[in-house]
Design a protein around this ligand. Sequence first.
Ligand code: GTP
Ligand code: MG
Length: 360
Amino acid sequence: MGEVIEVGILEGVASTTIKKLHKAGLATLEAIAVTPPREIVALTGMGVDTAIKVNTLARLKVDPGYVSASDLLETRSHMMRSRTGSNEFDRIMGGGIETGVITELIGEFGSGKTQICYTLSVLAQRPVAEGGLGGRVCVIDTEGTFLPERIKQIAEARGYDAQEILSNVLIARAYNSDHQIMLVKNLPKIAQEHDIKLVIVDSMIGHFRGEYIGRGTLAERQQKIAGVLGNLLRVAEAFNLSVVLTNQVQAKPDTSYGDPNRPAGGHVMAHACTHRVYLRKGRQNTRLVRVIDSPYLPEEKIRIAVTAAGICNEDETTNMEYDPDMYTAPEEPEEFSLEEEKVETPEELNLELDEINLDE
Ligand code: GTP
Ligand code: MG
């Protein structure tokens, strides 16, 4: 979260204007920069010209345009990652769910998208030293499926203070796409006031798909979705928080082989989301997870499990009872030892060769 603005920080802006911004909850450069002038007018009652001016000045301070790669590296060094509950999942995400970008969870119904969101809304609150983001969580629930009972259950199963966890998850129900757009526009204010470190939108385009039906409305729909995604990305960057979106898959009618499903939302979603995670149902309570289209993460497929404690590694599935040792923070990786890797005896060496032959 940025410094609270004072008179003089925005050149030529009157103290009364600064006061109005403060009163409207737009108290930092970041919040002013990511709030469109129209919104600033609506929130503060100031004139359009003044709103454009403060927005432009704040934007230039926050984002001067071109930056050197070394400055960019510096900015990225503030990036944090929240663990997911499964250290296998963390591993393929490069260490967890990143701040500053949008991560998209894609999958059919029951594939575990909301379960991952629940788990993240507990774990992201943990201090940075414990693999969390050390802040609050804000959820935009478009389906009315985000239930506090499940958050409580996951928090308790992991041995955390459930009341505290629950009080730090802010949930807004979005009733239609316009309402969703409004809630997203309001995020800079909420993020700043409540020290939000994770924003969840579950699901991102459900309302848009339901309301804009037919080819004639496609362009308008995509434009609106792009607007929301743009706002979300700016909030992610300005407040160094994680944005996690869920997205359904839709069947591609012209597929004769392979997976007929593809993420909904087309190029607009693909473009805005830095990390796209594809989920599929696996046996029993397991789910297959694969990162797709990522700029630097490997496309490796792993398996996670949905349990009473939320998302876990696959091998934690057999024990559904709460085991305090099972859900504590992942241990530091053991020191890599060449000794342990070395094949000790000729017998073992033969065995290994036999196994290789068998496989072939
Ligand atoms: P849609 O929102 O319908 O698109 O699906 P989704 O991908 O959000 O599905 P969700 O994450 O809600 O996954 C639902 C599945 O999670 C259910 O089918 C259950 O199998 C599983 N699940 C939910 N709660 C629990 C639980 O407490 N324990 C276990 N083991 N599984 C659970
Ligand atoms: Mg869901």
